[in-house]
Design a protein around this ligand. Structure first.
Ligand SMILES: Cc1cc2nc3c(=O)[nH]c(=O)nc-3n(C[C@H](O)[C@H](O)[C@H](O)COP(=O)(O)O)c2cc1C
Length: 362
């Protein structure tokens, strides 16, 4: 109860106060197992009264694939899987929110425990396995939201792990397009057996061709989210396939199955690693994609971003937008607004008048 009411107070508070409260709330949240803390946070955010998004510095306004973003700092997929708290997260200062992954039918995901905080490493390992209540459930809530209150992308996946997964992506495009400001085709979660094989040559072509033919005129742009665990040559093949099939942006990257040196006792847990130790790998992959696509295909950077310096480095390396998830666990939800402010300062200090001018200028 103390935690619930603490989180509720936190969710109700102004972002400034939220930032200063978080160091006190963090030990409460960390006393719970990670998934219970996450559920409590969602419940508290749902209960909190609605708050309008902050007014961002106009220099942060940017447009990607025809969508206007008030700030380039977004919430990555996986936090709000079932589209329960898009309004509160926009209110906390995320320039956009990506919900999902949602699959056509509900999925229970893997047995618990399946989410681990690696506190010493400022990292997270998860093997959630696409747990979600299904697209119809998310659709209900998204259909009711006020679209003018901010940008919400919908990340789609497959209900089953079998061979006819492509049908599920097509169903996701059909069903979720009317409520999405953009769609993300997620073929890169490491916790769904065989999913990342969709990044391979023939399968990727087939998937992207099917997605392309499911799109309707006037529908939302479609982004493709890739894994950071790629071999040299994969980037060229994926980027070409994406461009050939009209993908509007690449999101680089999902969690890694790799294990850089880690201190936490959870280091050997199976699943995808995110947070600080993923940063260098995600940045490296971003640079590789940028060298191939140049300005032909926008890139969205995610993985280990926790500060304005991190976000600025990704923008200079070629990202038009950034997203984060794990940093929120350690820094609190005010982190997005703090990064947005830091980015506005950096723009001015380095003589740029907009984010898009700074993209790829390292
Ligand atoms: C608990 C958890 C669940 C996630 N679930 C999804 C998901 O459903 N779909 C997806 O595309 N990415 C998912 N991700 C990956 C994030 O969107 C992001 O790509 C990754 O965590 C790296 O960013 P970060 O270091 O800022 O956390 C998840 C990450 C975490 C930590």
């Amino acid at each position: 109860m103390a935690i619930q009411s603490g989180l509720l107070r936190y969710a109700r508070n102004d972002t400034e106060e939220a930032m200063s409260l978080y160091p006190f709330l963090r030990p409460l949240a960390f006393a719970l197992d990670a998934e219970t803390a996450h559920r409590a946070t969602i419940a508290a955010l749902r209960a909190a009264p609605g708050r309008k998004p902050p007014r961002f510095d106009p220099a942060l306004t940017t447009s990607v694939a025809g969508v206007g973003f008030p700030s380039p700092v977004g919430l990555a997929a996986g936090f709000d899987k079932d589209a329960e708290v898009t309004g509160p997260m926009l209110g906390l200062g995320f320039g956009f929110v990506e919900v999902g992954t949602v699959t056509p039918l509900a999925r229970a995901g893997n047995p618990r425990p399946r989410l681990f905080r690696l506190v010493e490493d400022r990292a997270v390992i998860n093997r959630m396995g696409f747990n979600n209540r299904g697209q119809a459930d998310a659709l209900k809530r998204l259909a009711l939201r006020d679209r003018s209150s901010g940008v919400v992308g919908v990340n789609i996946g497959a209900s089953k792990d079998g061979a006819d997964r492509i049908t599920d992506y097509v169903a996701g495009v059909d069903r979720m397009s009317p409520v999405a400001d953009y769609l993300t085709v997620n073929i890169s979660s490491p916790n769904t057996p065989g999913l990342r094989e969709l990044q391979g040559g023939g399968e990727l072509q087939e998937l992207l061709a099917a997605v392309q033919s499911a799109r309707i005129v006037g529908g939302p742009p479609v982004f493709l989210k890739v894994a950071p665990d790629l071999e040299d040559g994969d980037q060229e093949r994926i980027a070409r396939a994406a461009i050939d099939h009209g993908i509007d942006a690449l999101i680089v990257a999902n969690t890694t199955v790799g294990r850089p040196p880690l201190k936490s006792r959870f280091a050997a847990e199976q699943g995808g690693l995110s947070g600080a130790p993923l940063g260098p790998l995600a940045l490296d992959q971003l640079r590789k994609f940028r060298a191939i696509v140049r300005s032909d295909l926008p890139l969205i950077a995610v993985g280990g971003i926790a500060s304005a310096d991190d976000a600025w480095a990704r923008i200079k390396a070629g990202a038009s937008l950034v997203q984060l998830y794990s940093a929120m666990v350690y820094e609190g939800p005010g982190v997005a607004r703090k990064i947005a402010r830091g980015l506005a300062d950096r723009l001015r200090n380095e003589g740029f008048s907009t984010i898009s001018e700074a993209v790829g200028r390292e």
